[in-house]
Design a protein around this ligand. Structure first.
Ligand code: HEC
Length: 135
């Protein structure tokens, strides 16, 4: 029986090496384990970096809103000196030019002489998006 012959040879081979099955499997798995560790560390670093950079972006707009004290005159849902952001979101709903218009208002003060906010266009856009997504 060639098959039994072969398995006999293989087991003799293991015994001759002084190797049992488990350590043989472990030997095979060890370098793989190293690769998996490196891979998961790399994935962890990549996802943390992505999280941090997206978080930093959202944070910038919120920091500016806090620093500029928009809340002195605006809240999300109630009218103070200025209209609530929810009512602005309602007013500009479906207006494709709303973002550009409101960025302009915040940048220049607009025709109603609004407080001018010094921030990059990207930050102003993010601020306007927070306003326009208020409910
Ligand atoms: C001193 C009070 C005051 C502060 C502070 C203030 N606003 Fe206003 N805001 C107003 C008033 C009043 C209006 C309504 C009249 C107008 O459009 O200027 C208004 C209107 C707006 C509008 C709508 C503009 C339009 O043309 O429809 C947006 C958007 C807005 N504010 C965002 C902000 C943001 C963001 C901040 C903070 C960075 C802020 N406001 C700070 C008083 C204020």
């Amino acid at each position: 029986m060639p098959l039994r012959c072969l398995s006999g040879l293989v087991s003799i081979g293991f015994q001759a090496n002084g190797t049992d099955w488990m350590s043989f499997v472990r030997q095979l798995a060890d370098p793989l384990k190293g690769t998996f560790m490196k891979l998961s560390v790399a994935l962890l670093v990549a996802s943390t970096t992505a999280l941090l950079s997206s978080g930093a972006y959202a944070g910038a707009a919120e920091d500016i809103i806090a620093k500029e004290k928009c809340s002195k005159c605006h809240t999300a849902t109630t009218t103070k000196k200025g209209p609530s952001w929810a009512s602005l979101a309602e007013k500009y709903k479906g207006d494709a030019g709303a973002e550009a218009k409101l960025v302009e208002v915040l940048k220049t003060g607009g025709k109603d002489d609004h407080n001018v906010i010094k921030a990059s266009d990207a930050d102003l856009k993010a601020i306007v998006q927070i306003v326009l997504s208020s409910k």
